[in-house]
Structures are given as structure tokens and as C-alpha cells.
Write a protein that binds this ligand. Structure first.
Ligand code: AMP
Length: 395
């Protein structure tokens, strides 16, 4: 079975092709296109590239195209992306203006270009279905809750991968298979053992933190939308709703202008005075730019805030994991996040930390009670696997 995972951005298309054989999933090809203006042409280019590389004879050799979709009204989990699913995504488009519209357009284009090939979406929110009601509920009228305005959580595919892989690395193979089967079988049964407590920090262009008890998410720093939680590259992160209302009145901003501002001019970009890539912000800070320094301090403070929250909810910690573009590649940020936490059992090994960039490994000192790990994430694998399972059960 061949499954193409398509990662759609507003002007990009990245893909990975997986083949599922008896022995498990195998990555056959990966690639991507930037500065996409014509999705139909780019999808054809992608298929031509796969044919050219010899991994696909015909488009009909694809058993499904799978997507890491964000949010839809009343739908989560792994589903066929039918017209009614797309309409449910459209209904919540303004919760994810940077994500839902390009995904909906891209999925429609795939449907047109590849008629008859099943299109499947794994919603990022699916991973939080077992989070406690006290995490999910906002203190708003019940009618808002019924309209879907609750903490949903995102980056589910990434945090699920970290949950599985960290359990393996921490010697809990008894749990990792159960975590892999989470969406089919529910939370893994744990016999008598003390729970495995992990905090997963997905830090990238978009960032979130999740607490994991036995691989099951107890919450996530994102709320109803992927604009919330930590400061994102150019999206604001958490904000007092009354600050928002006050500024809309004060600056005479309508809803569209406010949305644009919070989604494209907020986050690290706003804090640093225009830079939204952490590499640029760090080099600015190193050359004395005070705004850039503050942007880093705010990001680190917020990361520690969420780690602290989950540390308490988990009643301690076995491992802290860093992943995604920022988490995997920036030892200086990991050092700042873990600074002065020895009383909580976290001690980095400076040499290991410094040497680990973009690879998997342990960066805590040998006697640190809490392990600190770097794990490159693999969201596409999680998406492909769930799509394969859906097809297997409902071909
Ligand atoms: P992501 O969204 O996971 O691709 O992460 C994007 C972020 O990761 C950007 O803010 C970059 O600053 C950071 N990043 C990606 N690659 C590197 C690298 N090799 N070194 C330092 N930072 C990186």
C-alpha cells in the first residue's frame, strides 16, 4: 500500500511517500516545492517527480493521499476528507487562517487531479481526546463550549511521535506499542508500574508543549486555535481577550485587520522588531539588539511556564524532550530553558547538548534524575500510519 503524505502551506507543498509492507512502513521518497502559485501544476510536478524517481509508475499506484489537517467543526480523529469534512473545516477556517484555507484549496485540487484516490486527514486535535475536561473547558458560557470554543490542542501528530519514541528510548517498550495503537485501542493499560511522565516541547515556526502520562496527552499549550499558547513565529500566542478588545476600539481595527495583525505581525516578529526566524533573532541579539534579546527571553519564559505547568500536573518528570526546527537545532535555547532547574532534577550535560544538532540523543548529565532528550519528530509517519489503518479497516 502506497500513501503520499502532503504537507500544504500557503505557498509550499512538501511530501513524503510511504510504502506499507509486511515488515512495516518504508519511506520511498520525500521532497517539496516552495513559492507555489498554481497548486494543480505543483501536484502534477510532484507526481512527475515520483514517476521520474521510479517510486511510482502511475498516479493510480497511490492508495491514498493523507494530510495533517488542523481543525474542523465537530470532527477530529482520522477521517476521509469528503465534501462534508471540508465544509466542517471551512466552518472553522477563521480559527486557523494560515492553515485551513490553503489545506482546503490543496485538498480540493488533489481531489480534482487524482479522482478516485482516497483523501484522508488526521486532525491535529485527535491526540487530545483523552485530556481531562478541566483542561478542555474555558470559563465561558456553555453555548460557547457547545460551539466548539474549548481548548483543543494541536501538533498532535508530532507529540504522538514523541510519546512513542520517548517511551522506547526510556526503556518502556511495554508502552510504546500501546501508544502507537492509541487511536484504535485507547490509552494503553499499565500494570502497576509507576506512570511514565514526559513533557514534549515542539519548538519551531509554530511551537507547543504537551504533558504526556504514559504517552497520553494531559493537555497542550495551544487552545482553540493554533494562534494561541507560546509566541509563534509571526502569530501572537496567548493574549488577554480584554487587551484585544481594548486595542480594537482604540485603533479602530475591524475584525479582518485585527486577525491579519495577530496572524502575521505578532509573535517573535512583533517582539524582535521584524524577525521571525530564530536564527536571525539570535544573531541580532548577539550583536546587541535589545528587542531581539527580549524576544528570546519572552520565548524562554513562556516555554518554562508551560513546562512548569505540566511538571506539576504530572507530579514530577521522567524526561523532557526537545523537537522541531528550533528544539532540535539550538543548544543555546535548550540551555536557557533548562537553566537552574537542578532542584527539579534537570541537569544538562553541556558538551552533549552543544554537540547535538538535528539528531536524536540524550543531553542530560549521567546523574540527572530527569532525562533530557532531543528527538527529531516524524509527523508524516504518524499521519501515513493512521491513513493506512483507516484504509485497512474501511477499504
Ligand atoms: P520548523 O517549523 O520546525 O521547520 O522550525 C523552523 C524554525 O527552526 C526557524 O525559526 C528556525 O530558526 C529554526 N531552525 C531550523 N533549522 C535550524 C538550524 N539548522 N539551526 C538553527 N535553527 C534552525
Amino acid at each position: 500500500m502506497n500513501i503520499l503524505v502532503a504537507n500544504i502551506g500557503s505557498t509550499s507543498l512538501k511530501y513524503r511517500l510511504y510504502a506499507f509492507r509486511e515488515e512495516g512502513p518504508k519511506l520511498l521518497a520525500k521532497g517539496g516545492f516552495e513559492r507555489v502559485t498554481d497548486y494543480a501544476a505543483t501536484i502534477n510536478e510532484c507526481l512527475a517527480e515520483l514517476r521520474h524517481n521510479g517510486v511510482l509508475q502511475e498516479a493510480s499506484d497511490l492508495d491514498a493521499v493523507a494530510f495533517k489537517v488542523i481543525v474542523a467543526k465537530g470532527i477530529s480523529g482520522c477521517v476521509r476528507l469528503t465534501e462534508s469534512a471540508l465544509e466542517a473545516m471551512e466552518h472553522f477556517s477563521r480559527l486557523a487562517p494560515a492553515h485551513n484555507p490553503p489545506y482546503i484549496a490543496g485538498i480540493r485540487q488533489f481531489a480534482e487531479t487524482l479522482p478516485g484516490v482516497p483523501l484522508i486527514g488526521l486532525f491535529e486535535t485527535a491526540f487530545y481526546q483523552w485530556a481531562p475536561p478541566a483542561f478542555r473547558r474555558y470559563a465561558v458560557p456553555a453555548s460557547w463550549q457547545e460551539a466548539g470554543m474549548e481548548r483543543l490542542g494541536f501538533h498532535g501528530a508530532s507529540h504522538k511521535f514523541i510519546a512513542e519514541r520517548s517511551a522506547q528510548l526510556l526503556g518502556r517498550e511495554d508502552l510504546s506499542a500501546g501508544i502507537e495503537d492509541l487511536y484504535q485501542k485507547g490509552p494503553p493499560a499499565v500494570a502497576g508500574e509507576k506512570p511514565l511522565r514526559v513533557i514534549s516541547c515542539h519548538l519551531g515556526g509554530s511551537s507547543s508543549i504537551t504533558g504526556l502520562r504514559n504517552g497520553v496527552a494531559i493537555g497542550n499549550s495551544f487552545g482553540t486555535s493554533p494562534q494561541s499558547g507560546l509566541p509563534q513565529n509571526n502569530r501572537s500566542g496567548d493574549l488577554d481577550p480584554f487587551a484585544l478588545l481594548h486595542m480594537m476600539r482604540e485603533e479602530n481595527l475591524d475584525v479582518a485587520a485585527t486577525e491579519k495583525l495577530l496572524c502575521t505581525e505578532g509573535g517573535l516578529k512583533a517582539l524582535s522588531g521584524g524577525y521571525n526566524d530564530l536564527r536571525d533573532i539570535k544573531s541580532q541579539a548577539d550583536s546587541g539588539n535589545e528587542q531581539a534579546r527580549l524576544a528570546i527571553d519572552v520565548l524562554v519564559e513562556q516555554i518554562r511556564h508551560w513546562i512548569g505547568s505540566f511538571y506539576l500536573s504530572l507530579n514530577g518528570l521522567d524526561a523532557l524532550v526537545f523537537t522541531a526546527g528550533i528544539g532540535e537545532n539550538n543548544p543555546w535555547l535548550r540551555e536557557a530553558v533548562c537553566r537552574d532547574l537542578d532542584q527539579l532534577g534537570l541537569q544538562l550535560d553541556p558538551t552533549k547538548n552543544e554537540s547535538l544538532r538535528g539528531e536524536e540523543g540524550e543531553i542530560s548529565s549521567p546523574d540527572s534524575p530527569v532525562k533530557v532528550l532531543v528527538i527529531p519528530t516524524n509527523e508524516e509517519l504518524v499521519v501515513a500510519r493512521e491513513a493506512q489503518r483507516l484504509l485497512h479497516h474501511t477499504p
